[in-house]
Design a protein around this ligand. Structure first.
Ligand code: HPA
Length: 268
């Protein structure tokens, strides 16, 4: 079996045969339902991730992965649409493959976005939230974690967080702040689990982001995390949660989300 480093080199070679990647480009991972941001990319070069050797592609029917290279407000950017999740049966190396690849391509900053449930009772569907820290409840081996703990450094970059907050203020967007609990999924939580997450002082719950952020930080990239609250977590509203509702709220919040991200990218 090929080693991870070999696989990464083959993937890198393929991408470099298709486009020139600007050193220092910002990367942006688009969360569930937030794919429309891709329309804002100027002069896009779109690569279907199925064409990239060893690149894990989503197994959910109708979803496909794309890496999009281009500029936003004249800043070089790489977008990932269609990340893979642990609940699809992928392991930590597969979930973080793209982060390592972007690092090899010279990316220095990574903006991770996701759809999340609001565990904090004050959070409403449609809120945008800066992720200040994470609680890893994914229970998978993650070799990048011990090194990080030894460094005593925050996972998310303070400078990028400051920029994000200023941009939100400028755009008139009410921006919450919270701790993101990463769970395995794929089912949404029980009421008891949400009470547990509240006891742990989590504000958000979702099924992505934690491993990607950890790996990026380990590779000395600057990381920013932003959640779109697509629903109140189980038990905090009378509604029964469905993937369709999550998608619908994301659709409605797309414009505000895109405005904020565009402003952040323009300032980097
Ligand atoms: N729980 C977990 N993941 C999610 C949720 C949720 O309520 N909403 C969107 N992603």
């Amino acid at each position: 079996m090929k080693k991870l480093q070999e696989k990464l080199q083959e993937a890198k070679k393929m991408i470099e045969s298709r486009c020139a990647v600007s050193k220092g480009a910002v990367a942006l991972t688009l969360g569930s339902g937030l794919g429309n941001f891709a329309e804002r990319v100027e002069n896009p070069i779109v690569i279907d991730t199925k064409e990239i050797p060893h690149f894990p592609t989503p197994s959910v029917a109708g979803h496909h992965g794309e890496l999009i290279f281009g500029t936003v407000k004249s800043k070089p950017i790489v977008l990932l649409k269609g990340r893979v999740h642990l609940y699809e049966g992928r392991d930590a190396d597969e979930v973080t493959f793209y982060v390592r690849l972007l690092h090899l391509l010279g990316v220095k900053s990574l903006i991770l976005t996701n759809a999340a449930g609001g565990v904090n009772p004050l959070f409403e569907a449609g809120d945008l939230c800066l992720i200040v820290d994470v609680i890893n409840l994914m229970f998978v081996p993650n070799p990048d974690l011990p090194m990080l703990q030894a460094a005593h450094e925050p996972l998310f970059d303070k400078g990028l967080q400051q920029v994000a907050k200023e941009c939100a203020r400028k755009c008139g967007i009410h921006f919450k702040e919270g701790v993101y609990a990463g769970v395995l999924g794929p089912s949404y939580e029980t009421r008891a689990e949400i009470r547990m997450l509240q006891t742990l002082r989590a504000d958000l719950v979702g099924m992505s982001t934690v491993l990607e952020a950890t790996t990026a930080k380990r590779l000395c990239m600057k990381v920013l995390g932003i959640s779109l609250v697509t629903n109140k977590a189980a038990g905090l509203s009378d509604d029964i949660l469905s993937h369709d509702d999550v998608q619908r709220v994301a659709q409605r919040a797309q414009k505000e989300f895109s405005t904020l991200i565009e402003e952040i990218v323009s300032r980097l």
